[in-house]
Write a protein that binds this ligand. Structure first.
Ligand SMILES: [Zn+2]
Length: 407
């Protein structure tokens, strides 16, 4: 039982046209003209293989091919939207793989008891309307729908997500949402978006869960002064103090578990003028690890910081946190069994990035499959996964869906 290389390649090429930047990538913001064209292609192709297509009130699309028994459906899919100048694989490959698995089942007449539903989640990236994973979040009770509908587009002043939803033609009924009663299991295939699988020559990442993370914002407060008149001993330079603090945090975090990843990705300096000693600097720390104990050790490092650094006051606050999410062990095992079935190299892995499946696990059994990202690149135009690797992922997905069906 195997998916088709030719069909996979065709699907990847076809969807890469919607929002093509002509530089190897796509810009396909949620519910944009380009995204609507991709949706139309999805619907056309799914109807062509006999799927019944419905949408829910958040414009999530569900395309279902019937099973031989009256059972809950097995769901698979991902998202079609991208970041600005993103790649041709993030999200869309999960949709394409689920389409290909369904098409293989139909064309090979593979018997299955459960209906198979290919799903497209609306606005996963949050690149146009914040937050990320908006629509899976609403149906899983993570976000308040009214405030999500009021989210304003970054590309059109005053234009809300609610208005985009109305204009899209894809707004359906709330009763069409995925629910625990309707769903036997959900499997999302995704690119790894990191370098590990390629570096270790691994075909398939068996995703055990999504790493917990914390995000803190630090503020150093000093005293502004003239860069030419203030002797060094009199200064309270907030940027210098911030640099020392960042160095200290990195030195301490380097002593913790090697799987810990942490980033200072955002910094602001006030007044940010070359002739003035900075009086206020803010920076962030994002830290991720699958083990809650390691996250607690990160917190201990933060709490060990002095309240004064280089004569500047140091304060910090929690911006947000995410607990580690564990996928359904039975399903994780079935992904592993499927990878072995094909003789593909595989390893267990935790996801650093967030995905729709991490919300869905709250209401239905769920897991994910990763395929390698060449060079670990993602959210950029050089994001790439060879068709051969995509096909291996689709095969493992197909087999996993069939194993779930046997249960
Ligand atoms: Zn994604």
């Amino acid at each position: 039982m195997a998916c088709s290389f030719v069909r996979m390649e065709d699907k990847i090429k076809t969807f890469s046209k919607f929002g093509d930047t002509k530089k190897g990538g796509i810009t396909r913001f949620s519910l944009s003209e380009e995204a609507l064209a991709a949706r139309a292609e999805f619907v056309r192709r799914m109807e062509a293989i006999g799927a019944a297509v419905v949408t829910d009130d958040m414009a999530n699309i569900y395309a279902t091919i019937p099973g031989t028994e009256d059972l809950p459906a097995i769901y698979s899919g991902s998202h079609m939207d991208s970041v600005r100048q993103g790649g041709n694989y993030d999200g869309i490959l999960g949709v394409i793989s689920a389409m290909e698995a369904a098409e293989t089942i139909v064309s090979e007449k593979i018997p299955h008891k459960h209906p198979i539903t290919v799903v497209v989640w609306t606005n996963e990236e949050g690149a146009r309307f914040e937050p990320a994973m908006m629509s899976s979040g609403v149906i899983c009770g993570k976000f308040d729908k009214a405030s999500m509908l009021a989210s304003v587009a970054k590309d059109i002043p005053g234009y809300t997500f609610g208005e985009a939803l109305e204009a899209s033609g894809y707004k359906g009924e709330e009763k069409n949402r995925i629910t625990p009663e309707k769903c036997a299991a959900l499997v999302e295939l995704h690119i790894e978006q990191g370098p590990v699988l390629e570096a270790e020559n691994i075909d398939i990442g068996i995703v055990e869960g999504v790493c917990g993370m914390i995000n803190y914002e630090f503020t150093l407060s000093g005293q502004a002064g003239h860069a030419g008149t203030t002797p060094m001993p009199y200064r309270r330079d907030a940027l210098y103090a911030a640099a020392k603090t960042i160095q200290y945090i990195h030195d301490e975090l380097d002593k913790l578990d090697k799987k810990l990843v942490y980033t200072t990705g955002k910094i602001s300096c006030h007044p940010n003028i070359h002739t003035i000693i900075p009086d206020e600097v803010k920076f962030t720390l994002d830290a991720r690890h699958q083990d809650t104990d390691v996250i607690k050790q990160v917190l201990a490092v933060i709490e060990s910081l002095p309240s004064v650094v280089e004569k500047c006051d140091l304060t910090y606050e929690k911006a947000w946190t995410r607990n580690t999410v564990a996928f359904t062990p039975e399903l994780v095992n079935l992904v592993e069994k499927s990878a072995k079935e094909y003789g593909y190299t595989n390893r267990r892995i935790y996801s650093g990035p967030g995905h729709d499946a991490q919300f869905l696990i709250d209401i239905v059994p769920a897991t994910m499959i990763f395929v390698p990202s060449i060079g670990g690149h993602s959210h950029c135009e050089i994001e790439y996964t060879p068709v051969e690797s995509c096909l291996k992922g689709a095969n493992v997905l197909l087999q996993t869906l069939l194993y779930i069906d046997e249960k």
